[in-house]
Unconditional design. Structure first.
Length: 78
């Protein structure tokens, strides 16, 4: 079973990234999500301080109105 198919709406990831500034933190956040196979995401929060930035990223598995994966027992249509 792919656990991701059981997610109702989204995954929230919060972490601290080492980066020079907020813009680099945004790029690193996008790269992190893409490396995890998440193409539909929003950077919800970023605050740069010192050596890096605290970020909160929301990766959407099912947005409102999607064909919900948990109802179909598998991946949503591409």
């Amino acid at each position: 079973m792919d656990a991701k198919t059981r997610v109702v709406d989204a995954l929230d990831i919060e972490t601290f990234l080492i980066c020079k500034n907020e813009e680099e933190g945004r790029r690193i956040s996008a790269g992190l999500m893409e490396s995890m196979g998440c193409s539909d995401f929003d950077l919800v929060y970023i605050h740069h301080e010192g050596i890096g930035a605290r970020v909160r990223i929301r990766a959407y598995v099912n947005r409102p109105g999607d064909r919900y994966t948990w109802l179909e027992g598998g991946e949503k249509d591409a």
